[in-house]
Design a binder for this molecule. Structure first.
Ligand SMILES: NC(=O)c1ccc[n+]([C@@H]2O[C@H](COP(=O)([O-])OP(=O)(O)OC[C@H]3O[C@@H](n4cnc5c(N)ncnc54)[C@H](OP(=O)(O)O)[C@@H]3O)[C@@H](O)[C@H]2O)c1
Length: 265
């Protein structure tokens, strides 16, 4: 069975996005609204920003449902997603909510509380999202799930060890799930952006080569999802560079990263 897609534009009719109040999530919401998706289901915590994004999407004709929720509340997340999966039957679910932490201005290291929060949002909530939406998609034998990883998944950066590890976990999980679900009509895609303008990106220490704006990233993601690419990576030079860093000896990649301004000492 084919996904519900707008016949002219090839866009999914109903799109659910977690982290829709963020730089990339909001840009994705606008991208799908402008492309012709009929219904957008948007999650975030920031009520004002959620309303702004919803109004922007409604202004171009989309019907928008919003949900204010902390994704660390896995119980509430599961209840909401299962209910909306049955009621609205999203064709595409983007697990985009994410946080970043770093080792600090004086490289004092990550705090355990921050690491725990990051693992809850970046890994547990992502896997919980998949578990909650998958049964309905499997039953319908259609659907698409996009998991937000990062080019940071290829090679850990000294400033953001837990973030890189969380994104590597999402990448590997997404690839495995994609292959496991290949025969069931459910597509899983791993999205690996480079640096994209957002609050998270600007808060992050270290150089930000090949920085993209969020609308450009959103377009690349939508086109990659439309083509059902296993990995949606951009921009190309950073994608190639980070991939190569992951296959050479770690002592050499560490040396290269220091030369590029990561790690410092
Ligand atoms: N920007 C980049 O350079 C970049 C590169 C690679 C991958 N990514 C990934 O892309 C995704 C979006 O990031 P972004 O750059 O758009 O960052 P952002 O602007 O900081 O947005 C983060 C989003 O996650 C939501 N979120 C965070 N913690 C949450 C929680 N506990 N419960 C519910 N929602 C929560 C935020 O909601 P509220 O603000 O409403 O709390 C916001 O919508 C993330 O998974 C990130 O790791 C970003």
């Amino acid at each position: 069975m084919m996904m519900q897609r707008n016949a002219l534009s090839g866009v999914p009719e109903c799109v659910l996005i977690t982290g829709a109040t963020g730089g990339i999530g909001a840009a994705l919401a606008f991208e799908y609204a402008r492309a012709g998706s009929r219904t957008l289901i948007l999650q975030g915590r920031d009520a004002r920003r959620l309303r702004e994004v919803a109004e922007g999407c409604e202004a171009v004709g989309a019907r928008v449902l919003t949900e204010r929720l902390d994704v660390r509340d896995l119980e509430a997340l599961g209840v909401w997603l299962r209910s909306v999966s049955l009621g609205e039957m999203p064709d595409l679910v983007v697990a985009g909510a994410g946080v970043n932490i770093d080792t600090g201005a004086r490289r004092q290291g990550e705090t355990w509380e921050d690491v725990q929060r990051l693992l809850e949002v970046n890994i547990q909530a992502v896997v919980a999202t998949v578990h909650a939406v998958l049964p309905a998609m499997r039953a319908r034998r259609q659907g698409q799930i996009a998991l937000m990883s990062s080019l940071a998944a290829w090679r850990g950066l000294p400033e953001t060890p837990s973030y890189c590890a969380s994104k590597a976990a999402v990448k590997v999980y997404g690839e495995a799930m994609r292959d496991g679900l290949a025969g069931e009509g459910v597509h899983v895609n791993v999205v690996m952006p480079g640096y994209v303008e957002s609050r998270m990106c600007f808060d992050m220490p270290g150089p930000k080569p090949f920085l993209w704006d969020a609308p450009r990233a959103a377009r690349a993601i939508r086109l990659g999802l439309r083509a059902n690419r296993a990995r949606i990576t951009f921009p190309f030079p950073l994608s190639l560079g980070t991939f190569l860093l992951s296959v050479i000896h770690p002592a050499v990649s560490g040396w290269i990263l220091r030369k590029l301004g990561y790690g410092g000492r």
